[in-house]
Design a protein around this ligand. Structure first.
Ligand code: ZN
Length: 412
């Protein structure tokens, strides 16, 4: 297995320089966008013929009744795609420009994974897609060895997010068969699977109670704020929004890790990914639990949960945008002050390339006598006595989970 992986890696290393980074074929997002001009369901030519017509028919039927334009691209997993698949719906929407659901389905062996973003027409309000997915009790049980079940489910969730229609039940044929523990007695792996799963269940429940309590507490606090003009002490960006996003991402990561936990015959690589995902997820939960009101801790939790979800789903790890971790991931690298190289999102990268410093994530700093001179400063100008500032939310060094752990012991 190892030898095969090594051979594949070597083959990739040998092959890649031979293929120019920008071959004469258009880049993948351009190719997909071009294909969508004639058909909103695009199947990569490398997969053509490999997907049963019945699967495509089901996907088309779901697209027709979604209540919004749905763009679906089905592509094979390739190393360059693994770097960007998280951003692909955004890149694709940028090329098409119309509101709708943008869905990328990537197949890796027999495993289908979905990235999707819902873009609404201006003024239309509804729920976030990820929030509907978190509440979808059946999402975790949908099989991922065929394209139609996870794609159709995602389209249904998007419709619910858009117009509040109830989520239909998943057809029995799309659900993973229940584990048969009683038949042959429990193997060691099954026992581990089961205890980890039960653990997840309890953790999930506690997490839910915690979120609920935090939500209730904050709602009471924030209601009067909406009536009054914003107080001077209000954080410069909506902390509440970052907290919500972090909690949504934590739930999404829990789903991804649980899904990986329940797979049988996991490879060593999958077990390593599971451990790494848990490490990041635990740190995210610690930050939310120990510093529920803190903007930096919430943003740190958001990043760690986003990474845990990616790692558990088999996608490549992405650093955050150094300037503002709530931005898109840091897929570009830029030279910044004193020739420090930092990962940055595309927007911040273009600002730096113009010789400017991005606005960045701003926090209130107390300065002056009695801390009366309060002003908004970029977070990286603060004393690095907190793990998020010290590591640039993991953008400068990928050790945020360890730093959070050490910080927890320090604070106690
Ligand atoms: Zn940025």
């Amino acid at each position: 297995m190892r030898a095969r992986l090594l051979t594949a890696l070597l083959a990739a290393l040998v092959l890649f320089p031979a293929v120019p980074a920008r071959a004469d074929t258009p880049e993948l997002p351009d190719r997909i966008a071009a294909a969508w001009r004639t058909d909103h369901l695009s199947v990569d030519p490398r997969l053509a013929g490999g997907i049963p017509a019945t699967e495509l028919t089901r996907i088309r039927a779901a697209m027709r009744t979604a209540g919004t334009p749905v763009y679906v691209a089905i592509v094979p997993s390739t190393p360059p795609l693994r770097e960007v698949s998280y951003n692909m719906p955004t890149l694709l929407h940028a090329r098409i420009g119309t509101p709708g659901l943008y869905l990328l389905a990537v197949v890796n062996g027999t495993y289908w994974s979905i990235s999707a973003e819902l873009y609404r027409a201006g003024g239309l309000r509804g729920r976030e897609l990820v929030s509907v997915q978190n509440d979808d009790k059946q999402r975790l049980d949908v099989v991922t060895d065929r394209p139609a079940p996870p794609i159709v489910r995602t389209i249904q969730e998007a419709s619910t997010a858009l117009d509040g229609r109830p989520l239909p039940a998943v057809p029995a044929g799309d659900l993973e068969p229940p584990h048969e523990y009683s038949d042959h007695g429990l193997s060691t792996t099954d026992k581990e699977d089961r205890s980890a799963y039960i653990g997840m269940g309890i953790g999930g429940f506690l997490g839910f109670v915690l979120t609920l309590l935090l939500g209730l507490r904050r709602r009471r606090k924030t209601t009067p704020k909406r009536i009054k003009p914003p107080a001077k002490d209000d954080p410069p960006i909506d902390t509440w929004d970052v907290q919500l996003k972090a909690d949504d991402r934590i739930k999404a990561a829990e789903r991804a890790v649980a899904r990986l936990d329940r797979r049988r015959n996991r490879t060593t690589a999958q077990l390593d990914r599971r451990d790494d995902a848990y490490r990041r997820l635990d740190a995210a939960r610690t930050l939310r639990a120990d510093h529920p009101e803190d903007l930096l801790a919430s943003a740190g939790a958001l990043i760690l949960a986003r990474q845990a979800e990616r790692v558990a789903s088999g996608a490549a790890l992405q650093p955050p945008c150094f300037f503002d971790p709530t931005h898109n991931p840091g897929t570009a690298t830029v030279d910044w002050s004193d020739d420090v190289e930092v990962p940055a999102c595309q927007q911040c990268a273009s600002v730096v390339r113009r010789g400017k410093t991005p606005r960045g994530l701003r926090v209130w700093s107390k300065s002056g006598l009695l801390g009366h001179d309060r002003k908004q400063v970029p977070y990286w100008t603060l004393e690095p006595d907190n793990p998020m500032v010290a590591s640039g939310f993991g953008a400068l060094s990928d050790d945020l989970p360890e730093r959070v752990e050490a910080w927890k012991d320090e604070v106690r």
